[in-house]
Design a protein around this ligand. Structure first.
Ligand SMILES: Nc1ncnc2c1ncn2[C@@H]1O[C@H](COP(=O)(O)OP(=O)(O)OP(=O)(O)O)[C@@H](O)[C@H]1O
Ligand SMILES: [Mg+2]
Length: 352
């Protein structure tokens, strides 16, 4: 699929996603005839249902619906804490590096020996499996599990780079309203029961339903931000939502621990006042710093080859992600790659 998207939208456009036939080249998979017939039937039912609910659809887009849903104690939404640490990678603004960071952080945690699952909540786009290099293995996805069309085990894809890592892809073919808090809670409970230590939720852009599904169960949030005003503003909005609409907020538990991940940082441009500095962003958002990832061509190269950049041992972006993972694990690591690189000419003749 194409990886090009509208990157500058602050909000998800909630247009209905075109229903397409499920495509997969996974010839070695176990998709049975019965399953397929059941899927087709469910698809028809869903199309019928979606027609009936069309009129209500617009009202459902608003984040306030999630509040109503969570307020209803009989809604069946899982309300017991998990043993696993659930971490949402979120931002508000689109295209800031959430999926890149989700792939890198999940891979880094698994490399440290932690059983980790990374879930793509970006219904309709499906980028995570491409960055992780497993797009050809996708048969079932998050919505299939939520709707009972597949068991958790059938949708979990084992990562091909590191042990201990599994991926649940997003659906490319179904509508965004197919996710429910009750269903997402069931998936997370299943992962918790299966002994996963970390569950990384890759959020879609925006502050609407999809992003709320991704953040609702979070214990921690990696607030991914670029060093520019619009990105900081949208991160601030998402911090407000974490503090008011998450499961921790609605149950009056300890608040979600939000941490700042500053991505695409270019120290030379900060010196020229073309970008906000680490200190500027921290001052504006006032949440602890998890890491600063430098702008690097290695990121695109790595994701084009289906290889999370954290696996590139000599890449500065890869090393910065390794540092961020260490901090997530509670280790103190000094910041790197945040100061201007001074060329030899400037060193010899340049001003101080
Ligand atoms: N540190 C970096 N250096 C250079 N390019 C980067 C860096 N981080 C991310 N990118 C690039 O930015 C683009 C957007 O990244 P990504 O898809 O991870 O963002 P996103 O926040 O998940 O987007 P969306 O909101 O659409 O889900 C990609 O082309 C990616 O390669
Ligand atoms: Mg993304």
């Amino acid at each position: 699929m194409s990886n090009t998207k509208e990157k500058d939208t602050a909000a998800v456009t909630d247009k209905d996603v075109e229903l397409k036939t499920v495509q997969s080249d996974n010839s070695g998979s176990d998709v049975k005839g019965d399953d397929k017939a059941q899927k087709d039937e469910t698809q028809q039912d869903k199309e019928k249902d979606s027609k009936e609910t069309d009129d209500k659809a617009d009202a459902k887009k608003d984040s306030s619906d999630v509040k109503e849903e969570t307020a209803d104690k009989d809604s069946g939404v899982d309300n017991e804490p998990f043993k696993a640490r659930v971490i949402v990678v979120t931002s508000g603004k689109g295209g800031v590096g959430k999926t890149t960071s989700s792939a890198a952080i999940a891979t880094g945690l698994a490399m440290e020996g932690h059983k980790t699952c990374v879930i793509d909540f970006d219904v309709g786009l499906r980028n995570l499996d491409i960055i992780m290099g497993c797009e050809r293995r996708v048969v079932y996805d998050l919505i299939n599990i939520v709707q009972g069309e597949a068991k958790l085990n059938q949708a979990l894809i084992k990562d091909k780079h590191v042990d201990n890592l599994y991926i649940i892809p997003a659906s490319q073919t179904k509508d965004k309203d197919a996710l429910t808090l009750e269903g997402v809670g069931r998936v997370l409970r299943g992962l918790d029961n299966a002994g996963f230590e970390y569950i990384i939720c890759d959020s879609p852009a925006g502050i609407e339903s999809g992003a709320l599904m991704a953040l609702y169960f979070a214990d921690e949030a990696v607030v991914t931000t670029n060093p520019e005003v619009s990105s900081v503003r949208d991160s601030d909005r998402i911090i407000g939502i974490l503090n008011s609409k998450s499961r921790r907020a609605t149950n009056d538990w300890e608040p979600v621990q939000a941490k700042l991940l500053l991505t695409r940082y270019v120290p030379n441009r900060v010196t020229k006042d073309e970008m906000l500095s680490v200190e500027d962003v921290q001052e504006l958002l006032t949440i602890p710093l998890l890491g600063v990832i430098p702008e690097s061509p290695d990121v695109l190269k790595a994701s084009n080859s289906g290889h999370p950049v954290i696996l590139e041992k000599n890449s500065e972006a890869g090393m910065a992600y390794q540092d961020a993972v260490q901090r997530l694990l509670g280790n103190e690591v000094e910041l790197r790659f945040t100061t201007e690189k001074v060329g030899l000419f400037k060193k010899l003749f340049g001003k101080k």
